[in-house]
Design a protein around this ligand. Sequence first.
Ligand code: SF4
Ligand code: SF4
Length: 483
Amino acid sequence: MPTIQLNPENFHDVEVGGKRYAMAVKDTSIFELDEASSALLDHLKSERIVTSESLFRAMEAKYSREQIQEILEGLTELQIITQDPGKEIPLKKKVEIKSTPLTTIVLNVSNKCNMGCHYCYGEGFEDLKTGKQMEWEVAKQSVDFLFENSGSNKKLTVVFFGGEALLNFKLIKQVVPYAKDLAKKMGKWVDFTVTTNATVLNKEMIHFLKEHRFGVTVSIDGPKEIHDQRRVFKGGQGTYDVIIPKVKELLSTYRTRPIGARVTLTRGVTQVRRIFDHLMELGFYEVGFSPVTSGSNQSFALTVVDLAEIYAGFRELAQIFLEKALKDEYLGFSNLSQIIMDFYNGTNKFLPCGAGIGLLDIDHKGDVYLCHRFPSTPGSEVHSYGNVQKGVDFMGLRMFLSEAHIDNKADCSKCWIRHLCAGGCYHEAFTRYGDALHPNLHYCDILRSWQEIGLRVYLEIMEKNPGFITKYLEPRRANYETL
Ligand code: SF4
Ligand code: SF4
């Protein structure tokens, strides 16, 4: 007798504003459940596996067979149910990533940093005397490497990173015109972004960044007493008083693109709302929070209690974000904007991020890594894939990416956000588990709750002010997103 089985791992349902919605994991499509679909899903939730005849009988008092059949077909298509499970056992195909055209390179132009942030992942960042700078020849070949390996991608990005990237401003001034010329010759377009601690920022730099429409992100942790706890110079003095006049000048004169603040949340630094309010008062367009959950600097890694406090702060900001969005105003809380856009675009990740599949990092020697976090992490040579001058191991890179495919992460196979998270950051996995391919299983519940909050906010905005997304969030993509 034909049977029907519910696949709970393949959908997630929520109630928002008196309506019920389901998200299909297969393609991150979200749809409203009408009364009949809702009743059918509830019946299957209580039984898990039923015969089609018993299902028709249970529903026939209110719904016709045709109606039920139509719903079943839709749910089967989305893999939310399986009809006649066991009849066909599909063979799992081995995933193979064959092509990795580039869109972005991150240039570690300076291995020097004048700061000594306590939580810095860059354990190899050296001081101003001993630190290495990238030389022109390496930078030039890196830009050539980006263009040569960009395939049909038209829009390319060069990210300047450090240590402190602006300590090698001289090189940045050489790279930009060179990359622009190359883009013109090859019929492509190149964009630039920089992340800076703002300590050496000056008028000349601001002028240059403006002239070339840089996307700028400033690393800053909030008000003085919070920022100075961990963002200090090598000698231990806090950096807040040094950077604030520079940040104010940047924010008041740079009108080319919106400027974002990146906050690192570490053990005991969990005051999300207070930090956010301070940075918005300073004039940042957006604030993005990066919780430190990796294991490289255990004493600063967040505890479960810290994480719970942080996500309580995120929930509070999400509520304000929603209230403002319904009044057609934008709150620059980038962690949430990103999630909303993932739902809006039907993001369906099979890898956690762009590292290796569009984005590569190049250190001062020209060595190629998965992303900007790897070169300065002890032991991460295993994730170096050659050198722009001596040759890049694309084969090895593709093998790594094929292994990293979400379908190969058994621990994630039942998770409803597996096509949004895809197992999480490789670097975090590498420092916590010693294996970049290991899923980041240490905060999945919090991550799922956070995604659900994002889903609810998204649905409410779509119901009550859908124009908000096209007005504020779509343009943000082109203007703001960096790494
Ligand atoms: S790491 Fe955790 S949250 Fe991410 S997909 Fe895997 S199980 Fe889900
Ligand atoms: S998510 Fe992790 S692995 Fe990916 S780019 Fe960011 S730091 Fe690198």
